[in-house]
Write a protein that binds this ligand. Structure first.
Ligand code: ATP
Length: 344
């Protein structure tokens, strides 16, 4: 296995600067997710690692080997893409065998490796079928099996689950994670789905406009977003962000803020807890909307001169217009600089 090391990658398409100097280190056997909104440069970065695109500046290393301008086939990696690109005119067996045949391996070795990959993905029964005779999820498994069959040093995946329905997606996500971990494969995985990123990643690289704004384990990204952009992108609903001015003594008092300058305060919806009426550490709020979601209720509150989302236990049920009390634990709050958006 090999790690991935990216150094100052820049790439433009005409006037669009798709990547503005991205450096990233994926350790051997690590699963790193590139997460960000549409157009932030995730796919471009992955294609540069794959060798499908060359950077204008910067260098790509797989292990100790520089591969910046090597063709894809010399890089020892495998890719799985969103449109799962299985060949319709080939059986499942031949689809999985494809990369192995390109390497001109002996037939017995090919059979062995195809079996191995098919068993891992639990599609041994389907080897003689054609893709048209498979469900979307099965086709996706074939694409993954084909990538794994060549036992790549590095596995690249670009939204491989996005064509699947929600339940299948959940199943395959868990399977992919355990598979990749069991094989100890270095994996770079692209998605714009923050839940998928949180669930899969050892570390998440959150991207915005061609740059990585935070690179950290999922819970760090969630608990300690480095930027208001991350706070607003990760979490469902995202972190509440309140701009508090120094004059707003009431809010300063209610949140027990440690600074007297203007700040943006970030509060996760689950950290805005219900409190007993009149509790000294709490503030009053007006219920605007209640969304009962079974395991919890999502409550939209008017409080501290703004609108806040709170995730509360499903009972007691609340009514719009009702007055409630809430509090925030100081150590759970996150403060950001309003000028830069960076965490203070
Ligand atoms: P998505 O999630 O929508 O796939 P992404 O984060 O993967 O988005 P990229 O596909 O990497 O984003 O695109 C980054 C930027 O570069 C976008 O502004 C895109 O329009 C532009 N871009 C990408 N490929 C090309 C190309 N071949 N020619 C011109 N512009 C391109």
């Amino acid at each position: 296995m090999a790690g991935i090391h990216l150094e100052g990658i820049e790439k433009s398409f005409g006037r669009v600067k798709a990547l503005k100097g991205v450096s990233l280190e994926v350790a051997e056997g690590e699963l790193v997710v590139l997460l960000g909104p549409s157009g932030c440069g995730k796919t471009t970065l992955l294609r540069i690692v794959a060798g499908l695109e060359w950077p204008d500046k910067g260098r790509v290393f797989l292990g100790k080997r520089e591969v910046t301008f090597l063709p894809p086939r010399s890089r020892g990696l495998a890719m799985v893409f969103q449109n799962y690109a299985v060949f319709p005119h080939l059986t499942v067996f031949e689809n999985i065998a494809f990369g192995l045949r390109m390497r001109r391996l002996p037939e017995t070795v090919i059979r062995e490796k195809v079996r191995w990959a098919a068993e891992l993905l639990r599609i041994e029964e389907l080897l003689s079928r054609y893709p048209a005779q498979l469900s979307g999820g099965q086709r996706q498994r074939v694409a993954v099996a084909r990538a794994l069959a060549v036992e790549p040093q590095v596995l690249l995946m670009d939204e491989p689950l996005s064509n699947l329905d929600a339940i299948l997606r959940l199943d395959l996500r868990a399977e992919l994670k355990s598979l990749v971990k069991a094989l100890g494969m270095t994996t770079l995985y692209v998605t714009h789905d923050q839940v998928e990123a949180m669930g899969l990643a050892d570390r998440i690289a959150v991207m915005r406009e061609g740059e990585i704004v935070q690179f950290a384990p999922p819970l760090d990204v969630y608990r300690r977003p480095a930027h208001t952009f991350v706070a607003g992108f990760v979490g469902h609903p995202p972190m509440n962000l309140l701009r508090v001015s120094p004059e707003d003594a009431r809010v300063h008092l209610a949140l027990d803020l440690p600074v007297s300058k203007e700040v943006i305060v970030g509060i996760r919806p689950e950290d805005l807890e219900p409190a007993p009426k009149g509790d000294p550490g709490a503030f009053s709020a007006r219920v605007r909307v209640v969304e009962p979601l079974g395991s919890h209720q999502l409550v939209t509150l008017e409080a501290l001169g703004t609108t806040l989302k709170a995730i509360w236990p499903p009972e007691p049920s609340l009514d719009p217009g009702e007055e409630v009390w809430a509090r925030v634990h100081a150590e759970r709050m996150r403060l950001f600089d309003p000028a830069t958006g960076r965490a203070l």
